[in-house]
Design a protein around this ligand. Structure first.
Ligand code: GCW
Length: 840
């Protein structure tokens, strides 16, 4: 992959727009691109040592030394001298406290560094002022090196460096949901970097590069395969392949783990049972685990998804998750391995007609009674909310319900329900709210961050797990800005007190440089983007309102209703929301400690943003904000779509300050998002308008004066189709060209002469590449191919896409014609055009 890093031009800090175009940059190195810092700032590092000494010869220390040399070469354009012993000049010294003490007997850290903390300091060593990166362990030294490089990239002053950092929690892992065939469940960044065709890939370079990124943000474990696990991974002949992956991670201080299928002893082990209490199971797992550790001595352990979404589990034998977890934990224990047992256990065949049934209750109902029954190398891995990574959920009550059990919080970096990396939705803002949530237990420090890090209940283990799902895509997650979520996850797992703004700022500086205009614009866009996404999808705790039976991407307001999956919002003619109160609802509220239960039990006290998660409220209910529920639904969707459009505008102001390649790539994505936000807005607003019968006080919903429906145009060859669900196309209808060659839709322009933009809304499926041409009279004013790879094989909310044709001089009577040429299953489908005064 090309690594074009050189920044040309001047004026990084002056705020001036660059005189010369900036060279294209690869997105592959993400926040570790080590671009040269600008010349004037380099003065700051004029006295930077010329040598880097590493005290010890472990692979991790070697990695740390090489990384420092790489970073300094990139950012300062200086090649440091690699040394094994202290030279007779000032140097950067990398080594554990013990190894430095061997050189300088009096040397000692001012505060405890723990196992993974580090200390950056300057000290006089044998007469020379040295910059010291030290820690208790080699891994700590590596983390210290990354911190030092990050400071240089952000042009920090190093002269009086004296800084100790320690991670907040011991377990900071990422999970990958990769399948052995190379696909990734809920992955939006290409094929697997681990597997293809049932095997581990031969070239593991991307794995090493990934490990480097992870180490730089303090991640210390990675589960490499889908939690919907393939038992083949545990076959004896697969283990050497796993060992190769472990080797690739090891030099970066990261342990690997695998997700397992609990029926493995039966499926691949030739036992006739997988009952966890059968003694043969104990033996089977012990043998299997011993065999893994013979090949991978630092193996991390297992992740378990069981009795959930069709996965086998202990319930088959009437056993509990504790029975299942402990048998495996005992096999891992002698080797130092752990079991992450997921609390994502629920029945997806719930009775939607039973007002008491509630998926949100499941995790607490199942795991709370087992508190204290899990071995101490078992960690219950709990999704942050009680449902499933929706755009907003309350914090899972289970965090307060397991006081004698290790817990970890599972967060989703891959944007399954939050725009699938096609929408900018920066999640640290959401995560920070979750981490700060306080359970108000009868003791100090019962915030979620303290509970999951083991502090509150004095647990030996705990931490953070992020479902990352990076792939082979050049930018890893499929959208360069989405990498801020991976970065933000690592930074919060290390220090949950960092503000989303500080994280966004850091990430932007590392990824795009220190130009203040870029930093402030992009940081602000990121910090706001979660609530922007929420407001044009599912506000008021409605959950995302996406198509939960299909792609989880576009709008699908009713897809969650009348089925067993339990993501109901129960919207009817009079109101909307799930009654989860103890008094009249499912009783879920009662799973929280009393002060919190009291808050959520009351319709008046529940915060607006979660209202409909807890209550079924009439559309006319007046919110704390003073508007009614229905009007809020309308307003929020309109405001959200406008804010998504504003991002395009803000981004355009950065032209010339960012290399053209990344600039235009991101611009195109933001433009797409602005168009798709309108699809969301219209679908949700129209659906609720029809359900409630209450019009929008501002007359926007159902009223589009600039819009001309395709079905109302003069059609040649095109035929009109009804779209299902109706709200996902304007007017519920679209047109498609089922003829083999070419169809046209035309109309006469009937407004005043002037400059206009035309938005053409069409459907871009992934099972064909139609092409479109737009004519004004005989002149072709635009043409394009519908060649995106959206998660859609049909006309609807997933495929609906906007093309904006800018700056057309239109005259009354102009004949405007759209020609569509179909391809395979995609029949050049069109929804509508909108003609308006030039916007951005
Ligand atoms: O969010 C849901 C996803 C499933 C996933 C499951 C889980 C891996 O839609 O694809 O399965 O959660 O977390 O186990």
């Amino acid at each position: 992959m090309p690594r074009l890093r050189a920044l040309l031009g001047v004026g990084v800090l002056s705020g001036a727009v660059y005189a010369c175009p900036l060279a294209a940059e690869s997105t592959h190195d993400a926040w570790l691109r080590y671009a040269p810092i600008e010349r004037t700032a380099r003065e700051k590092y004029a006295s930077f040592p010329a040598a880097v000494v590493v005290l010890g010869d472990s692979p991790t220390l070697g990695t740390a030394q090489r990384e420092l040399i790489r970073g300094a070469r990139g950012m300062l354009e200086k090649t440091l001298r690699a040394k094994k012993e202290l030279p007779r000049e000032k140097a950067i010294v990398l080594g554990t406290i013990v190894s430095i003490q061997a050189l300088v007997p009096g040397f000692s850290a001012r505060s405890s560094l723990g196992e993974e903390g580090f200390w950056l300091t300057t000290e006089n060593l044998r007469g020379f002022q040295c910059l010291i990166v030290t820690a208790t362990t080699d891994r700590g030294v590596l983390y210290g090196v990354f911190a030092l490089l990050s400071k240089i990239a952000q042009i920090a002053d190093l002269s009086d460096l004296n800084e100790v950092q320690q991670p907040y929690a011991p377990l900071r892992w990422v999970d990958q949901w990769d399948n052995l065939d190379g696909g990734i469940e809920r992955g939006y960044g290409g094929r697997s970097i681990f597997f293809e065709d049932g095997k581990v890939l031969t070239d593991l370079t991307p794995v090493r590069e990934y490990a480097r990124l992870l180490a730089s943000i303090g991640i210390n474990g990675c589960a490499i395969n889908n939690v919907n696990a393939d038992p083949r991974l545990l076959e004896e002949d697969f283990l050497p392949q796993l060992a190769r992956v472990a080797d690739a991670f090891r030099e970066w201080g990261i342990r690997i783990a695998v997700s397992i299928d609990l029926s493995s002893p039966k499926v691949i082990g030739r036992l006739d049972t997988f009952d966890p209490l059968d003694p043969r199971l104990t033996q089977w797992w012990r043998k299997k685990v011993d065999s893994i550790y013979r090949r991978i001595p630092d193996f991390g352990g297992f992740v378990v998804k069981a009795d959930s979404e069709g996965r086998p589990g202990p319930s088959t034998y009437g056993r509990t998750p504790a029975d299942a977890a402990n048998v495996i934990a005992r096999a891992l224990k002698p080797h130092g391995g752990v079991v992450f047992y997921r609390a994502f256990v629920y029945d997806h065949h719930l009775n939607w007609q039973d007002p008491k049934s509630d998926r949100a209750r499941a995790a607490y109902d199942i795991f709370h009674p087992l508190d204290g029954k899990f071995d101490d190398n078992v960690i219950i891995q709990i999704k942050h909310g009680p449902i499933d990574f929706q755009v907003r959920e309350p914090v899972s009550p289970l965090f307060g319900g397991l006081q004698h059990t290790n817990v970890a919080m599972e967060l989703q970096i891959t944007q399954e329900y939050t725009g699938q990396q096609r929408h900018l939705c920066s999640l640290p803002s959401m995560w920070r709210e979750v981490l700060d949530f306080n359970f108000q237990l009868d003791r100090d420090g019962a915030s979620v961050k303290d509970i999951v890090s083991g502090k509150t209940f004095h647990r030996p283990m705990g931490g953070f797990v992020g479902v990352a799902n990076v792939g082979m895509d050049e930018s890893w997650l499929g959208h360069p800005l989405a990498m801020a979520n991976l970065y933000g996850f690592g930074r919060l797992a290390w220090n949950p007190d960092l503000s989303p703004r500080a994280i966004a700022d850091e990430w932007t500086r590392l990824t795009f440089g220190n130009d203040p205009a870029v930093v402030s614009t992009l940081s602000e866009m990121q910090v706001d983007s979660w609530t922007v996404y929420e407001s044009y999808t599912g506000p008021l705790g409605l959950q995302t309102l996406t198509d939960i039976l299909g792609s989880h991407y576009g709008p699908g307001v009713e897809s969650s209703e009348r089925n067993g999956w339990g993501q109901w919002h129960h919207a009817d003619h009079d109101g909307v929301g799930m009654d989860r109160t103890v008094a009249t609802g499912t009783g879920y509220v009662g799973q929280y400690p009393p002060p919190i239960a009291k808050l959520y039990e009351s319709l008046q006290c529940t915060p607006d943003e979660l209202l409909l998660f807890f209550h079924h409220a009439p559309y006319t209910h007046v919110l704390k904000s003073g508007t009614t529920v229905i009007q809020h639904i309308y307003d929020s969707h309109y405001e959200g779509a406008e804010r998504a459009a504003d991002n395009v505008h803000h981004w355009k102001l950065l032209r010339g300050r960012i290399d053209e390649q990344r600039y235009s790539d991101i611009l195109a994505r933001l433009q797409y998002q602005a168009g798709h936000a309108i699809v969301w807005r219209d679908a949700v607003c129209n659906w609720f308008f029809r359900a409630s019968g209450i019009p929008d006080a501002h007359h926007r919903v159902g009223n589009y004066p600039d819009r001309l429906e395709a079905e109302a145009m003069q059609l040649q060859g095109y035929s009109i189709v009804n779209v299902v669900p109706w709200e996902n196309a304007s007017g519920g209808k679209a047109i498609e060209c089922v003829q083999p060659r070419r169809c046209t839709a035309s109309f006469r322009f009937a407004r005043n002469a002037g400059w206009y933009d035309i938005d053409v809304v069409y459907f871009d499926q992934n099972n064909g590449v139609s092409s479109f041409q737009v004519f004004v009279g005989d002149q072709v004013v635009d043409e394009w191919m519908a060649n995106d790879t959206l998660p859609a094989t049909k006309i609807g909310g997933d495929s609906s896409t906007r093309r904006r044709i800018r700056g057309l001089a239109l005259r009354p009577g102009d004949d405007i014609r759209i020609a569509g040429i179909p391809d395979r299953e995609e029949h050049a489908p069109l929804d509508y055009v909108e003609i308006h005064a030039p916007l951005e």
